[in-house]
Design a protein around this ligand. Sequence first.
Ligand SMILES: Nc1ncnc2c1ncn2[C@@H]1O[C@H](COP(=O)(O)OP(=O)(O)OP(=O)(O)O)[C@@H](O)[C@H]1O
Length: 351
Amino acid sequence: MSADRSPATPKIKLPRANLIMRSSSENCVADNLECSRMTVAVRIRPLLVKELHMDVSSIEISPDRREMKVNDNAKSYTFKLDHCLGQDTDQTSVFTIIAQPLLDAAFNGYNVCLFAYGQTGSGKSYSMMGDNLDSSLKETTGIIPRFCHQLFDQIPSNMVAQVKISYLEIYNEFVYDLLSSERKALKVRESPDTGIFVSDLSVHGVSSFSEMQKWLSEGNKARATASTNMNDKSSRSHSIFQIQLTLTEDTGSSVTQKCSQINLVDLAGSERVAQTKATEERFKEGRNINLSLMTLGQVITNLSDHSAVPPYRNSTLTYLLKVRLKCLGWGPNPGLPIHQASSLTMALSYW
Ligand SMILES: Nc1ncnc2c1ncn2[C@@H]1O[C@H](COP(=O)(O)OP(=O)(O)OP(=O)(O)O)[C@@H](O)[C@H]1O
């Protein structure tokens, strides 16, 4: 995960950049033994028809796709990232570049986490889910259904896989189970044995892509969405699709098992509340979304510069993902450029 930032923060006139951050960490018992690696990609979406006449900042991507230059009036700002994906990058390439390495890591027993972050309307949900959930993959299918499809394709013939899923959303700081018929706020609890968990969250065993997809569709329908002034189909909640993958190999003389926890997170869009002609309810949603994204940025900053104890408990999102986030700051690899990532995360929160 990396980004260099120019001294001033650019104000991009149109939210077209969504960040996709991924991390993998070894599945060790003690948190502080986990080793981690984080990668950040920025994806620029094409202009929508209604935006073609708008005055937008031009964005240039270097030939090696590691640098992005944003030209805004007379100023320009340069960001360095692991991957800069321009508006011509299709969903297949996004999956191959960003998600396939995570899936490979999960098959090797790593816990993995992927976040989509960006202002409302910047293309997070399109990147994560895409705009169809048909039984077969289409070009517009996003990362999560592709991940599920590839997961079943990739199970080695000498192994037995057990796959369990959960799908939750955090809306106005409360956790809801997207795969339960009953919509009630669930409690986040902590225990010495299991760590932090959502009490009463349903867990479903799945044995095929089509089964997984059925649950995904179900969850997506339940996800709280509301129209805002900025995006007709705006997601007002953070969603987390969780997969527990257990691979067992029985050679006759020995049995080995690899377990991985996979978290695929579509964050709610950050936005400048004043810009959205918000009603009271929308205002409250926007304030909660911004608060949790600010906390996420703060946690990443504190993890990178060790300046203070990260305020995990200040938002449900960071509290729930504490273990996954915590491992980022404790990797044995001191070269982990997380400090650069945090500046980009903070920068994007202003865009
Ligand atoms: N790479 C892309 N190619 C074509 N269309 C895209 C692309 N990315 C996003 N879009 C379109 O842009 C619009 C906004 O995208 P999307 O809903 O994914 O934004 P978002 O960041 O998830 O917003 P919110 O946080 O409000 O839910 C949608 O109409 C979507 O189909």
